[in-house]
Design a protein around this ligand. Structure first.
Ligand code: FMN
Length: 264
């Protein structure tokens, strides 16, 4: 049960997780709780306040989540029973996250309150038409509301299917390592179309891992540590960045760029 202050650390590439996390905050604030939201990419996991309830929110990637999100979680300090919950958003299916994350956090001494996976529009491969995306967002936010209430009442659960989820996690970690490899980064980079780019630097400001660099008045360069969160491609005002996996080069965003730019 949550009856205290909540520190909610989250990452969102293209806005789905941002919407879910804000919906949960709205529900709790109506019930008089104090909720702090922290962009995970700008936070130091070693400095979290173990006296508050901790929340973790992130998108599913390759059946678990991005390497830098795992890195944040793995660097959390040991805890004498701090209550913790998680929420993720996904296009359809994960499998390598809920169980392994519970194992990792209980191993560090945290008290798991609940885990919830929420289907939102996919931001990769096939981007559905606007109306379909809106319907999914509405359904997803309703689920987020129910989950926030269940955490409040103490009825939320954090399941674990040991063998299957551990196997999925290992497959995911292997996939993520491959994604981060030099070969993949060289072969399948997000492409910048310099004839469209206006050097506005939004992509540089938005990249969570500092992979986009711009020197003096040059065009931004895409480095070799992309995690494919697709923020740069989704929020480029000139559609100058393309993801090689997306059908017809279409991009998805659930919010406007300013919600991320203003937080920084
Ligand atoms: C690189 C990448 C990998 C993804 N892998 C999965 C996946 O394994 N399973 C899934 O259901 N969705 C997957 N998705 C879709 C996202 O999890 C989903 O659209 C999510 O809600 C995006 O959240 P965000 O807008 O907060 O970044 C992936 C998206 C990206 C960009």
């Amino acid at each position: 049960m949550i009856n205290d202050k909540i520190d909610f650390y989250y990452f969102s590439g293209t806005g789905n997780t941002y919407l879910v996390v804000h919906k949960m905050k709205e529900v709790w604030e109506k019930h008089g709780l104090k909720v702090n939201l922290f962009p995970l990419e700008n936070s130091n996991p070693e400095k979290i306040n173990l006296n508050n309830v901790i929340g973790l929110g992130f998108p599913v990637a390759e059946q678990s989540t991005y390497h830098f999100v795992w890195d944040f979680i793995k660097r959390l300090p040991e805890s004498p029973g701090t209550a913790i919950f998680m929420v993720d958003t996904m296009g359809s299916f994960s499998g390598g996250i809920v169980g392994p994350l519970k194992k990792l956090l209980t191993g560090k001494g945290y008290h798991p309150l609940g885990a919830c996976e929420i289907i939102m529009p996919s931001n990769i491969f096939y981007i559905a038409p606007e109306k379909k995306c809106q319907e999914k967002i509405e359904k997803g936010l309703l689920k987020a509301e129910h989950y926030a209430l269940s955490l409040l009442k103490g009825t939320a659960r954090w399941g674990r299917v040991p063998l299957i989820s551990d196997a999925m996690y290992l497959a995911s970690i292997f996939g993520l390592a491959l994604t981060r490899s030099r070969i993949n980064q060289n072969l399948l980079p997000l492409t910048t179309y310099y004839d469209l780019c206006q050097k506005c630097r939004i992509c540089v400001k938005l990249c969570p891992v500092g992979n986009r660099k711009i020197e003096k008045n040059e065009y931004p360069q895409h480095g070799l540590k992309c995690e494919y969160c697709l923020r740069c491609a989704s929020f480029c005002p000139y559609n100058a960045i393309k993801c090689p996996f997306n059908y017809k080069g279409k991009t998805y965003k659930a919010v406007e760029a300013r919600v991320f730019l203003e937080r920084k």
